[in-house]
Write a protein that binds this ligand. Structure first.
Ligand code: SIN
Ligand code: MN
Length: 275
């Protein structure tokens, strides 16, 4: 796998720093998407703490920390291109902080209210700075109707926007409220509306296998899935090895304690093709 050309890397980091998100010019091959879907499907059928259901039922909302026990998910986190891109976005060596797949099931997948990921990572885990990056990989085609991620470009440059910012920290909360539709830290609809009015919004759509990056501080949300199409989104959060929270208390499937720099390794089953 050849490395990302310098000019492409420079354009991507410029867009990421300016907008807080960007499309990555690669796509996961069809057989790799199938393999990951199979793995995620098998994990979702298990009853274990990493598998989270939608409120009041047994519809799987998300699976967490799969890189810690599934060898295909682990191999994906070591993909040389993903590691190279993550290192470029955070400016140095990285490790996997978090891994999850939000399944957003057809008809039943519930929304994610407006929020910033760094609210959770800073307030709950003590992550010092937002020097991390989310790499989002669509395992299904994502369109306007199946609850795409919606971002407010440029909002990552404005600091934390949740109401707990002015010395009004609520203290640590139940982690179930970090993975449910009833999120512990949100940006109010009023504030999100103001930001959207100033900066606009972008829907992150694309075919299965599409890749995007987004910043820990970007304000984002996604709506209920009212359509007949599932919208599974796999998210790998890479954190800088110089930005490790000193004493996190949340479960390890939400905050990986292994902060050793990830060693890239090519796995032929996980083909990433340039667009
Ligand atoms: C989503 O899956 O739509 C939300 C992802 C996130 O909040 O990081
Ligand atoms: Mn989020």
């Amino acid at each position: 796998m050849s490395p990302v050309p310098d000019t492409a890397l420079c354009e991507l980091t410029t867009a990421y720093e300016r907008d807080g998100w960007c499309t990555l010019p690669y796509r996961l091959g069809g057989s790799a998407v199938e393999l990951l879907r199979d793995r995620v499907g098998a994990i979702a059928r298990e009853v274990r703490p990493e598998v989270v259901w939608e409120k009041g039922g047994r519809v799987v909302r998300a699976v967490h920390g799969c890189h810690r026990f599934d060898e295909v998910c682990a191999a994906l986190t070591r993909h040389p291109l993903l590691v190279e891109l993550a290192e470029a976005f955070v400016g140095g060596p990285v490790y996997v902080y978090q891994f999850k797949v939000n399944l957003k099931q057809a008809h039943e997948g519930a929304a994610w209210p407006w929020h910033q990921d760094f609210s959770f990572w800073h307030r709950e885990d003590g992550m010092p700075r937002p020097v991390a990056v989310n790499i989002a990989i669509s395992l299904d085609a994502v369109h306007e109707g199946n609850g795409p991620l919606t971002v407010i470009p440029g909002s990552h440059r404005l600091g934390l926007q949740d109401p707990h910012t002015d010395g009004n920290d609520p203290g640590r909360s139940d982690w179930q409220r970090h993975v449910s539709a009833d999120l512990a830290y949100t940006v109010t609809p009023q504030r999100a509306g103001e930001l959207a009015g100033e900066l606009g919004t972008r829907l992150i759509t694309g075919p299965a296998g599409s890749l995007h990056a987004f910043h820990p501080s970007i304000v984002h949300s996604s709506s209920n899935n009212g359509s007949a199409d599932r919208r599974a989104l796999l998210l790998i959060t890479y954190n800088s090895v110089r930005n490790v929270p000193p004493a996190p208390t949340r479960p390890e499937f939400l905050v990986d304690r292994n902060a050793a720099p990830i060693v890239p390794d090519d796995d032929r089953r996980l083909e990433l093709n340039p667009l």
